[in-house]
Design a protein around this ligand. Structure first.
Ligand SMILES: [Zn+2]
Length: 151
């Protein structure tokens, strides 16, 4: 079962849902609403400079993307460092992940029509991941599809 993630364009503020990208994925493309470039990383949508991403040299694109990601990670790391304390030795914990911009939880998906007793395996199977990578993911490049699920 594939998960959707709520996202918000940092340029124009339009909200929408996209398929949760595979862990570690970096997805770069235009916002379907304002056409500005964004990068989706770790469930966040970060603003990119369209001029650089479309017309820059490879080095300029690299430096721009790295700069955006480094800023993002620097904020995350700073937040973790603020909260580090001696009791961290107790075990792994989540150090205040970035608060969601939107308060409402994601809508429960596809529960209609499923028998209540049906056990749903929450794990994403290799097959599903494979299907996602090979059929769903490329559709992100398809503006109509992206817009359809973004709106
Ligand atoms: Zn936008």
């Amino acid at each position: 079962m594939l998960s959707m993630v709520e996202v918000k364009c940092p340029h124009c503020g339009v909200r929408g849902q996209i398929l949760l990208p595979p862990l570690g994925a970096l997805i770069v493309g235009p916002c379907p609403n304002c056409d500005q470039m964004v990068v989706v990383f770790c469930g966040k949508v970060l603003a990119l400079d369209k001029e650089i991403m479309l017309k820059g040299t490879a080095t300029e694109k690299h430096e721009h993307l790295m700069g955006i990601l480094v800023d993002f990670l620097a904020n995350r790391v700073a937040r973790v460092v603020e909260q580090l304390s001696p009791d961290m030795a107790d075990g792994l914990r989540d150090y205040a992940p970035e608060a969601q911009d939107n308060a409402q939880p994601p809508a429960p998906e596809a529960e209609v029509g499923q028998p209540e007793h049906m056990q749903v395996d929450p794990r994403i199977t290799d097959t599903e991941l494979d299907e996602f990578v090979h059929s769903e993911l490329p559709r992100l490049d398809n503006k109509d599809y992206f817009k359809a699920i973004f709106d």
